[in-house]
Design a protein around this ligand. Structure first.
Ligand SMILES: [Cu+2]
Length: 335
C-alpha cells in the first residue's frame, strides 16, 4: 500500500516538475545525418501537409520597436497592450535551400521587440495557435503567476500577462515549456526593452539577437546569425553615419553552445551589461555572452568605410554570425 502511495505521489510530483510534458508531446526517436539516434518531441512534419513559409526581413527587424497600444490608466500610469500569437508549424528558409520548422511569436524569429518605459503597465494578450503547449516567460521583475512557467497554455489556449515594466534594461522573453532548449532553439524568443523614465540620449538604435539553428536535430547548431539569417548583414551592410551615436541592444539566444561573443572592428564600444546601469562597465571591442546574457553597446565611428562585426568564436562567424557596418559621411544621404 505504502509503495503505491509513494509511486502515485512521485508521478504527481513529476507532472509538476515537468509541466510541459503532456500527451501531445510524446517523444519520437529520430536518426540524424551523423547517425546519432536522438529523441525529439517532434517537428518531423507530415510531408503531405504544406506549412506556411515565413518571410523574415532582418533589415526591417533591426530597427523595429513595438511600443504597444497606448492608453492611460485611472491611476495615471501608461498602459501598453500587446497581442502575441504563438505558432509552431511554419517553415523558414534559414539559408538558401535550407528549410527549417520554426516556432514563432507573431510569425517571426525573433518575435517582435516589445518596448516600454519603467513603471508602465505591460499587458500581453497571449494566444497559442500552435500544436504544442507554449508560454511567454519575460526576464525582469514581476509576480510569480506572471512568470510564464507553471501556467501552461495549451493548443488553442490563451493567457494575459500583466506586470509593471522593470527594471530598466534589455531583457529576453521566451517560451518556457519543456523541453526548454527545443522550444527556444526553434525560435520562441524575442527582446523586451525597458527605457528609463528620463530616456536615453538620442542615437541610431538597433536590436541584435544572436541566434543559431540546429537544422539536423543533433543538438549542435548548423547555422549562426545576428537576427536569424546567416551572413545577412555581410551581404546587406548596416548603414550608419560617421560621428553618430549608435546604440545596439544585443541579446544572446544561442542554445547548445555555452558561449557566444561579439567583436567590433576598427572601434571599441561602451558596454552596459543587461542595460541596467547608466555607467558602462567597460570600453572594449569584445564581449562574451552566455545564454540569455545581454546588454547595450554604444559607439561612434570617427572614420567612414566598411567595418566587420562578428563572433570571434570563428566557427560561429564562418557559419553565418558576421556582418558589416558601412559608415558614411554624416553629410551624405543614407539610402
Ligand atoms: Cu513553446
Amino acid at each position: 500500500m505504502l509503495t503505491v502511495i509513494v509511486a502515485t505521489v512521485s508521478v504527481s510530483l513529476l507532472y509538476f516538475v515537468l509541466p510541459g510534458m503532456t500527451e501531445a508531446q510524446t517523444e519520437k526517436t529520430f536518426v540524424t545525418h551523423s547517425g546519432a539516434v536522438i529523441k525529439t518531441t517532434g517537428d518531423v512534419l507530415d510531408p503531405v501537409y504544406t506549412p506556411q513559409t515565413v518571410e523574415f526581413d532582418p533589415a526591417k527587424y533591426l530597427r523595429e520597436f513595438n511600443y504597444g497600444r497606448i492608453s492611460k490608466l485611472d491611476d495615471g500610469r501608461t498602459l501598453r497592450e500587446f497581442t502575441i500569437i504563438a505558432e509552431d508549424d511554419k517553415i523558414m528558409e534559414i539559408s538558401p535551400g535550407v528549410f527549417y520548422n520554426v516556432w514563432t511569436f507573431n510569425g517571426t524569429v525573433p518575435g517582435p521587440t516589445i518596448r516600454a518605459t519603467e513603471g508602465d503597465v505591460v499587458r500581453v494578450k497571449f494566444f497559442n495557435n500552435g500544436l504544442k503547449s507554449h508560454t511567454m516567460h519575460f526576464h525582469g521583475i514581476h509576480p510569480a503567476e506572471m512568470d510564464g512557467v507553471f501556467e501552461t497554455v495549451g493548443p488553442g489556449g490563451q493567457f494575459t500577462y500583466e506586470f509593471e515594466a522593470g527594471p530598466v534594461g534589455v531583457h529576453p522573453y521566451h517560451c518556457h515549456m519543456m523541453p526548454l532548449e527545443e522550444h527556444i532553439s526553434h525560435g520562441l524568443y524575442g527582446v523586451y526593452i525597458v527605457d528609463p523614465k528620463e530616456g536615453r540620449s538620442p542615437a541610431d538604435e538597433m536590436v541584435m539577437v544572436l541566434n543559431g539553428f540546429d537544422t539536423d536535430f543533433d543538438t549542435e547548431n548548423n547555422f549562426y546569425a545576428a537576427n536569424s539569417i546567416p551572413f545577412y548583414y555581410q551581404h546587406h551592410p548596416i548603414q550608419i553615419n560617421k560621428d553618430q551615436l549608435i546604440r545596439v541592444y544585443v541579446v544572446n539566444m544561442v542554445e547548445f553552445d555555452p558561449i557566444n561573443n561579439l567583436h567590433l572592428h576598427g572601434n571599441l564600444y561602451y558596454y552596459y551589461p543587461t542595460g541596467t546601469d547608466t555607467v558602462p562597465s567597460t570600453f572594449t571591442d569584445m564581449i562574451t555572452l552566455s545564454q540569455t546574457e545581454r546588454g547595450i553597446m554604444e559607439f561612434k565611428y570617427n572614420y567612414t568605410g566598411k567595418y566587420l562585426f562578428h563572433a570571434h568564436k570563428v566557427e560561429f562567424s564562418e557559419k553565418g554570425w558576421i556582418g558589416i557596418f558601412l559608415v558614411k559621411d554624416s553629410e551624405a544621404k543614407v539610402e
